[in-house]
Design a protein around this ligand. Sequence first.
Ligand SMILES: Cc1ncc(COP(=O)(O)O)c(C=O)c1O
Length: 390
Amino acid sequence: MDDAAEGYRSALASHYPGPASITYAGKAFLCKGIAQWTCRQNLWVDCTGEGEIAIALAGGVTREHILVHGVNKSTADLDSAIRHAGTLVVDNLTELHRLAGLFPASSSGFPNLWLRLLPGLAVQTHHTHTQTGQHDSKFGMTRTEMIEAALFCKKNNLPLKGIHFHQGSNFHDAGPLKAAIDLGLDLAKEIGLGKDWGFSPGGGWGVAYHEDELPQPDTKEYIRVITENVIEGCQARGLPMPHLHLEPGRSLVARAGVAIYKVGTVKRRGDKIWVLTDGGMTDNPRHAMYGARYSCLPVSGVGREGSEQVSIAGPYCESGDVVIEDLLMPKLDEGELLAIPASGAYHLSMSSNYNGSRRPAVLWLEQGEEARIMIRRETIDDLLKRDSVQ
Ligand SMILES: Cc1ncc(COP(=O)(O)O)c(C=O)c1O
């Protein structure tokens, strides 16, 4: 994680002459330990709503570093953002109208507002469920809505300071960002955001989950494409250079996470070999949701030769409770441990208690230090905590 953050910082420093910040997308995985890590790294934190704001605050993230997203924010989300965030990204006109009602006449401490553009252009991801920028997406505002929103902000003295878009998650080719950056800069010119304005082409830069996706997507190349287009685009339009914000989640934390499962039993069904483990879709729903691919290693004897194609599935009552399909593995024994790399993003943040499962513990490992428990394992008491029936 430290190296990934440093990769972003150094690429920005060598490619962008203006001010720039990195915002960690908390939706990838947020807990107090990760929030504290963002403070040590001087990152902003993108919080989706009141819950993630509360976790960020508990981890010591300061107001100026809290940025709030959300496609249909509740009143509680907006109240929390107004009290605690430095920046609020407005998703739609209804939200903006509600915000105007909450904006006190002589406000101090109201967050800066950015408008979320729907560019109508998606990046290439492995599944449509991870695209957000296409013309019929539920996220953000069309060009016409953006202009209406900007006029509304001016009329109501709302502190409009920036433009954001996010085209999708886990893309490996930065090329399609150019057209969306151009649209964003066109709008910035038309709206007129003044000298100190923020511009965020979102996050979504990918990682390799499987050996056949290597080499790892190059963060430097991603940042080169963004900065080159922002710099040239601003020059061509006579715009001042914006404060450039990048919003990575996965590319900062995915590779830091390793999920450990224990093999319970192995079932042979015709050509199919099922390796059944003690975890699955409740701690990592990504394969069940959109067919995400992974690789896997046996913890003992990492170098053992692969001998058969297996599918790795969990103990839950769904045939879709599968983590990996058809991967070449050595012959596996009951009771042995498996390690799935690149498990740090969008696993536990999308986890559930299906079948009364309890979320696993999360350990923080740092070279040369003893492992620390970052989150303890859930208990039966946790399962019953919200149950209000006597
Ligand atoms: C608005 C926004 N910003 C940033 C991200 C981070 O994406 P990733 O974790 O793929 O970098 C997301 C993810 O969906 C997002 O919706």
